[in-house]
Design a protein around this ligand. Sequence first.
Ligand code: ADE
Length: 216
Amino acid sequence: MIKFTIITLFKEALKPYLQSSMMEKAVRKGLAEFDFVNLREFGLGPHRSVDDTPYGGGDGMLLRCEPVFNAIESVKAKDPSAKVILPTPVGEIWNQEMARTFAQSEHYIILCPHYEGYDERILSIVDYKISLGKYVLTGGELPALIIIDSVVRLIPGVLGGETSAEIESFSDGDNLEYPQYTRPEDFRGMKVPEVLLSGNHGEIAKWREEHSGKVE
Ligand code: ADE
């Protein structure tokens, strides 16, 4: 069982995805659990403020330390072993090997920043800074979903075929999936390669090996 506790101001942006398709199935089968913490509940003052202007000036608002620390500590009080992930464009670029490693642990807290950034001291409570790529998103929710999806699908029993995740793209090193075809044999003149119709398993395996992509 893997658990993700997501600290966010926008639970409604996350829920539809996590309640659909394979993520829903993983929960139903007791293989994954998703929990939400509303950062607003840890906000300060009558407006439950979670952000403030930067010292030294500059545009935008930054996530404040107090609500973030209090929210994370409320989760860690129940499970001190939970590891904290911060999606940030300056983190380590996420890849399949990291997804495989993460799939072996039990409880992650994902802090979804919003606004223009966060107080640097927040990093002292973070275990992993993760970037989804060299572009800037408005918040951590989309990265959280991508991290969760890529990890949960590797949990044995989540995908349909026992070995789907094992034989598929990336899983045995840097092999990308080979091209695949289903019916019809001829679609608008585009034909399925003859070897795949041959029933010769040795030749098929060879063809697939030859046509597997490689990551740069
Ligand atoms: N937050 C904003 N942009 C991001 C990115 N590219 N990766 C992870 N978190 C982000």
